[in-house]
Design a protein around this ligand. Sequence first.
Ligand code: FE2
Length: 392
Amino acid sequence: MSTTSSPMASGSTSKSNDPLRLIDVDRVQFYVGNAKQAAYFYAQAFGFEIEQISDLTTGERQSANYLLTQGNIRFLLTTGLTPDHPAQKEVGLYGDGIKDIAFTVEDSVAAYEQALRNGAQSAYEPVETTDEQGTVVMSGIKTFGRVIHSFVSRTDQYALECVKDRGTFMPKFSQVGDLAINEYNRQNPTGLFYVDHCVGNVELGKMNTWVQWYEDVLGFKLFKHFDDKDISTEYSALMSKVMDSGRELIKIPINEPAAGKKKSQIEEYLDWHDNTPGIQHLALLTKDELNTVGQLRRRGVDFLEIPESYYNIVWDRVGEIREDIDDVKDLKILVDRDDKGYLLQIFTKPLQDRPTLFFEIICRRGSESFGKGNFKALFESLELEQERRGNL
Ligand code: FE2
């Protein structure tokens, strides 16, 4: 099999009127200390299939990469194999976390050039990788802190539709084959299928800068705005604006700390993230919150605790829901309602030893919001955790 990889000259023509029309979330790439072990964690705890691998055995000598899939969610877990690989350096600074929210586009070069014209800084220039199955072109721009957005365009058997149908992800990837954990997950699905939103934490005073950046560079629109009156407890507060990519694709809320009596969760994150902005949480969609959370609890996922008293008042606020309310309470799921419907949500504890990245498991029954009615209960729970860590 021949594989070529080369930097691309500019000047490629766009096939679409808007080169920044985002087709899908191509993958969420994590930089981790040990991708082999992380792959088993996300497979075992959250039901992902360990589908493909790119490492020494497939001709990749710089990094080991595991493609984990579930529904339309693609995680790429990357570990550097050499001391100076960027993933190794960043793991040293930030611990395990998310590096890249990559978007599939029609023409990576055109998207990249348009983003630069719109004011973005380059993360890396377009690179084309080709073999007999097709071509993948990737380029990247820097967003807040250590995070980048790659633009990925795909042809022939590397088209995203083929990848979704278990086609090879990119050159130098191959199928992992049968693993017992994959078989277990097929028989015990957790039901996660989509990345609903991805939240960034930025420094005090920088939220509006990044809101403007998403408007100017990627053409996102402001979807919702929460201030410290919405999101505060006696001790800590934050402000948040939600940026919407349109087309029912990912939303990106941006958080900044607000003044409180004690350290906000955003400050704690930044303290343990080399004072560098990054992704705070990824919200994964399910169509059946009770089944998904039941599965995840049986698999040992550690969720934030919610006081019993939460359920004494929540039903007055939320009204009737389709789910069994005793099950909701037993599983400690949070519920909220807006003018369009309701949602169910729950938050994991940090997924690595540093108090940085965590997941939200969310089910929308019409609601398009983010659980504003739960912020106070949630933040009180988060503060208890901060206190346990000696970080409040
Ligand atoms: Fe969220």
